[in-house]
Design a protein around this ligand. Structure first.
Ligand SMILES: C[S@@+](CC[C@H](N)C(=O)[O-])C[C@H]1O[C@@H](n2cnc3c(N)ncnc32)[C@H](O)[C@@H]1O
Length: 332
């Protein structure tokens, strides 16, 4: 497949995802559920020009979320499910932002805008609040699975790295099991602190990983969807840093999207990473299971175990648990 074909395929997938996100967020799915309607009627109800609405309806029909009979559009059973899906809704909101960021990619990469689009938007507390809330909704959908899997590994003093809303660790700290330090960028931590508060066993700490240094090492590190922000050439440095944060014998638990090993691009994932610009001009990447496992071993971890999440509306998430050997040193 030529580079140009790959590029065109990416652009097509990008447009389709963008259109679907628009359909969810603009209320088109909600409107179609009320009664069968013409495209003009949908346009009037949601308050957009018909020329905007027609391609959206075409895509909904192509994805079998809607069907059309005599210019009357109605929602299918899948469409009705999609309309009520809180995860899809959260993804749509977040991805609309990422799509905007994608348009600013040349600036993000060249750093002309002084530090990346997402990094700038996240300074805005309204944007940051909706970002944290959507991340929280997304995390809720697999919380029971995660709690069950992590309970035996996340014990004692736990670092939640790239915490976002810290959904899992806040819950475990409330249950009285852990003493959690949740680290994220300063602007995220400021908003998260005002949204979720702090307790004796749960503290927010602003820090730009991996430049941040804790006062003492932790018994466990939880790191959910941070590695996607890491470029291929920085992966070893980041994972070594995570290993340094741990006591000898400590556990690291990663949640991450994995790219399939067959070399196929997973376009949505690539766009998600490319568009954030959170870590300067270094673009993130979804790593393959093998790449990640090799890098974890190079960083000094042993006993790497990987488990896919239960199938859900999200992408292919994996839980990876590994251990730092008892004879390996920490940060001094
Ligand atoms: C995709 S979110 C995941 C949030 C949360 N862990 C979850 O799974 O719901 C990634 C988080 O990593 C944070 N992050 C990215 N780069 C970071 C860095 N260099 N230092 C600290 N946090 C970072 C982002 O601000 C963001 O909140």
């Amino acid at each position: 497949m030529s580079g140009l074909t790959v590029l065109y395929d990416e652009l097509r997938a990008y447009k389709r995802s963008r259109v679907l996100a628009f359909a969810v967020r603009s209320g088109i799915l909600r409107s179609l559920e009320l009664e069968p309607q013409t495209s003009t009627s949908v346009a009037n109800r949601v308050g957009y020009e018909g020329t905007w609405i027609q391609p959206v309806l075409n895509l909904l029909v192509e994805l079998q979320l809607a069907e059309c009979d005599n210019d009357q559009y109605r929602l299918t059973a899948d469409g009705a499910t999609a309309k009520c899906d809180t995860t899809l809704d959260a993804f749509a909101g977040y991805h609309l932002h990422c799509f905007e960021a994608w348009l600013a990619l040349p600036d993000v990469v060249s750093m002309k805008t002084g530090g990346g689009f997402h990094r700038q938007r996240i300074q805005n507390s309204d944007f940051c609040r909706s970002y944290l809330k959507s991340m929280d909704v997304i995390a809720q959908s697999n919380l029971d699975f995660l709690k069950g899997e992590c309970r035996e590994h996340l014990l004692g003093r736990v670092l939640d790295l790239g915490a976002g809303p810290a959904t899992l660790c806040r819950g475990l700290a409330e249950d009285g099991q852990l003493d959690v330090t949740a680290v994220d960028l300063t602007s995220v931590v400021e908003t998260a602190r005002s949204l979720y508060g702090e307790t004796e066993y749960f503290h927010w700490v602003p820090g730009d990983f991996p430049a941040w240094t804790p006062e003492s090492p932790f018994d466990a590190v939880f790191c959910s969807h941070l590695l996607e922000y890491c470029s291929a050439d920085r992966l070893d440095t980041w994972l070594k840093r995570v290993c340094e944060y741990l006591q000898p014998g400590g556990k690291a638990v990663f949640v991450t999207f994995l790219r399939s090993d067959d070399g196929q691009l997973q376009v949505e994932l690539d766009m998600f990473e490319l568009s954030t610009g959170v870590n300067g001009d270094s673009l993130g990447r979804c790593h393959t299971e093998q790449e990640l496992s090799d890098a974890l071993h190079r960083a000094g971890f042993v006993e790497t175990r990987s488990r896919p999440f239960p199938t859900g509306p999200s992408y292919n998430e994996h839980l990876i648990v590994c251990e730092k050997p008892a004879n390996k040193g920490s940060l001094s």
